[in-house]
Design a protein around this ligand. Structure first.
Ligand code: SAH
Length: 224
């Protein structure tokens, strides 16, 4: 007899129907207990196709977005990847379940502390969280096979592109001319230089930092 289908199984099936093809991503998301990453009052809604507030004006992306970012990274198992915007730690856990060694930066001390504790309690020992402005990247631990930002900036920070290993990919939402957001994938070419591709529309909280939006303005369509 088959085990009963859980909300998590249904979420994974919906991701598959919605075009997520990478089996490593789908398998990882079938294993991570998303309900453990959401605030208590959202436990019953953890697997719905929606973003979830984390406090401090931040949100955890909806499952499809988490899957899409993980898929676009195209990082081979065992690769070292950098996440900018730890938030709840859920995206980092998904990347860890894919066999990646994850370093994650979060600008809010409280979110960084809570995510680090949660990840440790759940046994995600291949994730290292640090309270720091992610727009600087993390050069000492690089170069990176992949960098993913879960917050949207005014432009692609050059600091991050230079920390990619040859062939490495940076997945980052940026604001477009109309005030909307697009997901951009920058690949560092082995011979030097970089190639930039558009990966569709996006909706993320602002990337606030030295090479992002200014904290005063909070990123509502104006540059730092
Ligand atoms: N990946 C998270 C999503 C969190 S939302 C999750 O799975 O829950 C994006 C996060 O980016 C927020 O927590 C926000 O505080 C953080 N952030 C914004 N600008 C940042 C910066 N410059 N450096 C590090 N974190 C940043």
């Amino acid at each position: 007899m088959n085990a009963p289908r859980t909300a998590r199984d249904r979420m994974v099936e919906d991701l598959r129907s919605a075009g997520i093809r990478d089996e490593r991503v789908l398998e990882a998301m079938a294993r991570v207990p998303r309900e453990r990453f959401v605030p208590e009052s959202f436990r019953g809604r953890a697997y719905r196709p929606q973003r979830i507030p984390l406090g401090l004006g931040q949100t955890m992306s909806m499952p499809w977005t988490v899957a899409r970012l993980a898929e676009l990274l195209e990082a081979p198992p065992g690769a070292r990847v950098l996440e900018i915007g730890t938030g709840s730690g859920y995206q980092a856990a998904v990347l860890a379940e894919m066999g990646l060694r994850v370093f994650s930066l979060e600008r809010h001390a409280r979110l960084a502390r809570e995510a680090a504790r949660r990840l440790r309690e759940l046994g995600y020992l291949s994730v290292t969280v640090k309270h720091f402005d992610g727009t600087f990247g993390w050069a000492a631990e690089g170069p990176w096979a992949g960098i993913v930002s879960t917050a949207a900036g005014p432009r692609v920070p050059e600091t991050l592109v230079t920390q990619l290993a040859p062939g490495g990919r940076l997945v980052l939402p940026v604001e477009d001319e109309e005030g909307g957001q697009r997901l951009v994938v920058v690949t560092r070419l082995p011979g030097g230089g970089a190639r930039e591709e558009d990966a569709g529309p996006a909706s993320f909280v602002p990337l606030v930092g030295r090479y992002g939006w200014s904290p005063r303005r909070g990123g509502k369509g104006r540059e730092a």
